[in-house]
Write a protein that binds this ligand. Sequence first.
Ligand code: C5P
Length: 225
Amino acid sequence: MAAGSVIVIVPAAGAGTRFGGQIPKQFLPLAGKPLIQHVIERFLLDEIVERVIVPVTPQLLSGVKNSERVTFMAGGETRMQSVVRGLAEAGDAELVAVHDAVRPLFSATMFHAVIEAAQAAGAALPVVPLTDTIHVMSEDATIASTLDRTMLAAAQTPQCFRGSLLRDVLARAEREGIEGTDEAGLAAGFGYTVRAVPGDPRNLKITVPEDLAVAESYLQQWGAS
Ligand code: C5P
């Protein structure tokens, strides 16, 4: 993989309301620096990354370091709109990765496996098997049906795409008024092949306050190894 061959978009303009509190979760401190700073630095350490584009609410950026390989820009109304804006900034990039601002614990090995799979198939993402059984619930809090767990996988990021493919997918989604929560799912929905590679349960999406303590302990373990 050539140096500088991937542009990474990190949508970070969310209000993070599920976490509670005033500061969106991507700006909360983890081991002494904002969560999003961990994510940006991890990508900047990787020489295959040309640039990291971060759609964000600019007023929240105080305390987040700038660098010449990082572009901060205003985000959109939804996650998908933030990615659309980031992709416009990426120009005609051949390979584009999209990564949640609240997943600071992805490994370079996994990122590279996703990129290689996307180079071959057009689109790729890391997935992990589900450990819980998933039920479809009725409105009265009773079980309507139970899904076959062996057919299910939980999506993680970084996801990676040929730039032309992602531009087509997002343009079609916008035209058809479809609001995706994950670009890989949109791509598959439009008929593209999306290859799955093994994700990592430690690559958690910081969603509730307890996740920060877990992430901190993983970071310590990695620092010690
Ligand atoms: O809300 P959720 O956890 O699904 O958000 C996933 C990612 O999308 C987060 O990194 C969040 O900051 C980002 N996002 C965004 N613009 C929005 C809403 C969410 O960049 N308008």
